[in-house]
Design a protein around this ligand. Structure first.
Ligand code: ME8
Length: 508
């Protein structure tokens, strides 16, 4: 059977001001998507934008344009940023796409007809910026528990979705599928904070604004944002459309990666919607932490914001990707600072990786005019490096199975660190002075190039540009996973290209 992997990020609220925190989910998901492709999976990586709701309508009014014009103008900002970051998504869904709108409408009708959606009066507390309803007991000091801003009391006719009906089934699903919510701490949070107090039915329509998916059988109502937004994961695959081949192929989702503040929507509301539709549930929802600055969330309203493109322009795309992927233990919060970005770039990328490739290619050109033969003059010191290189794939595989991207990357850099140590131990410049050591010198350089190749095959998932540059410098097209199961794949007597600097040291 063909191995498939369906992976999603949340769909982002359109904004002209994405910050480095927004890039976090997308870069992590990109590394996972690329890694799975390397492993031979047929991957479908979905991202997109979440364009309806009162907040957008207000912003469009302020800008004096229609909401559609407003979102059309700024959605390109996300696409541009993802391109700059080398995000290899397979589809970008917009909730204003007509296929999505029709799918949401069909689902709403279906759930209404089967009695899971009913009409009632909504009285409650609403946070406009977060587009969330809260109960009195959920407020913190009388304010929105997510953003700390004021909430307002609203009362209007609305449709409700019977979450409560599915509560027991959901708990049973959690019990039967211990990997559904990861990390485990997030699962306990869901059970203790939301499920144990009892699930309340969810308001799924609004009448106080009209920028949303219209309810087909009741003119005054538009679908309230979470039912609309979550449905993107199946509408993007053509669910309930004339062509649902992608849906048949890729559903259920293998991994939804989401920020911790929206885990509850993805692990309570989403599975219940799917249960009501009688569809299989996602295999896993992974709730990652935030990138913070000085302990606080990065946001324009807090004033600690910088356009990520500035970092890309200054330090290069792979320095930014590396920092995000390496610095934060997946699941926890991590601190972002430009200083830390510089330290990581100088330490791991310039001093360890860049230096290794540069020295090795430099010596190959200097001592052998770039043509490195494996002359097989072995010494004991080689064994350690070779076995480390051969173990790397397994190590990385084990970490990636748990989405431990940071540890996987650390293991790769460790191999490059060991390679630098191997240079110090074998001292090629000393061997070069002794004509009788020529074959040993060639073997040392061959071992180094082969180790660099093996590390770079794995590095492709994380830093695709850098790996491509390394493959060019060592002049190889052996870049597949299958090519690193044995040591010695690099073709003996290949002529390497000129050394080029991969990462310049940044003066702070
Ligand atoms: O939540 N650090 O959209 P969004 C890490 N439209 N991740 C961060 C972050 C930070 N500082 N700031 C934001 C939404 N994110 C909804 C989703 S899905 C059906 C609907 C992450 O634009 C955040 O955690 O507010 C989320 O995963 C993603 O950016 C999009 O956030």
């Amino acid at each position: 059977m063909e191995k498939k992997f369906y992976l999603t990020t949340p769909i982002y609220y359109p904004s002209a001001n994405f910050h480095i925190g927004h890039c976090y989910t997308t870069i992590i998901a990109d590394a996972i998507a690329r890694y799975k492709r390397l492993c031979g999976y047929d991957v479908f990586y979905l991202t997109g934008s979440d364009e309806h709701g009162q907040k957008i309508q207000k912003k469009a009014e302020e800008a004096g344009v229609t909401p559609q014009k407003y979102v059309d103008d700024i959605v390109s900002n996300a696409k541009d940023l993802w391109e700059r970051l080398n995000i290899s998504y397979d589809k970008f869904i917009r909730t204003t796409d007509s296929e999505h709108v029709i799918c949401v409408q069909k689902i709403f009708e279906k759930l209404y007809k089967q009695g899971d959606i009913y009409k009632d009066e909504y009285k409650g507390l609403y946070c406009t910026p977060c587009e969330s309803f809260w109960t009195e007991s959920q407020l913190v000091d009388g304010k929105c528990p997510d953003c700390g801003r004021d909430v307002s009391e609203v009362s209007e006719e609305a449709y409700f979705f019977k979450l409560s009906k599915y509560q027991d089934k959901l708990v049973k699903f959690y019990e039967d599928n211990p990997n559904f919510i990861k990390p485990d701490s997030r699962k306990n949070e869901m059970i203790n904070n939301f499920i144990k107090p009892g699930l309340e039915d969810l308001c799924v329509s609004r009448t106080s604004f009209d920028w949303g998916v219209p309810v087909t059988f009741d003119d005054n109502h538009v679908v309230y944002v979470w039912l609309d937004a979550l449905t993107n994961y199946i509408s993007a695959l053509g669910y309930l459309s004339a062509d649902d081949s992608l849906f048949k192929k890729y559903w259920p989702c293998d991994l939804h990666i989401v920020g911790k503040e929206i885990v509850r929507f993805h692990t309570i509301i989403w599975p219940i919607i799917l249960m009501a539709l009688d569809l299989p549930l996602p295999k896993q929802v992974f709730g990652h932490g935030w990138l913070v600055i000085d302990g606080g969330k990065i946001s324009k309203s807090l004033g600690n914001y910088k356009d990520p493109r500035e970092y890309i322009d200054t330090y290069g795309v792979d320095a930014v990707r590396y920092f995000v992927l390496r610095e934060v233990p997946f699941g926890n919060d991590g601190n972002f600072s430009e200083e830390a970005l510089i330290t990581r770039t100088n330490g791991d990328l310039a001093n360890i990786l860049g230096n290794l490739v540069n020295r090795t290619i430099g010596m190959a050109n200097k001592y052998f005019d770039g043509v490195i033969e494996n002359r097989n003059v072995k010494e004991e010191v080689d064994d350690k490096l070779i076995s480390e290189a051969l173990e790397l794939r397994n190590k990385v595989d084990n970490y990636m199975a748990n989405n431990e991207v940071s540890k996987a990357l650390e293991a790769i850099i460790d191999l490059f660190r060991s390679s630098n140590k191997y240079i110090d131990e074998t001292m090629p410049w000393v061997l070069a002075k002794d004509a009788s050591k020529k074959d040993r010198l060639a073997t040392v350089l061959y071992n180094l190039i082969e180790t660099i190749r093996i590390g770079s095959v794995l590095l492709q998932a994380f830093l695709p540009d850098t790996s491509a540059k390394i493959f060019h410098q060592i002049n190889t097209d052996l870049t597949s996973f299958d090519s690193i199961t044995e040591f010695g794949g690099y073709v003996s007597a290949t002529k390497v290209n000129e050394a080029e600097v991969l990462f310049k040291r940044i003066e702070n």
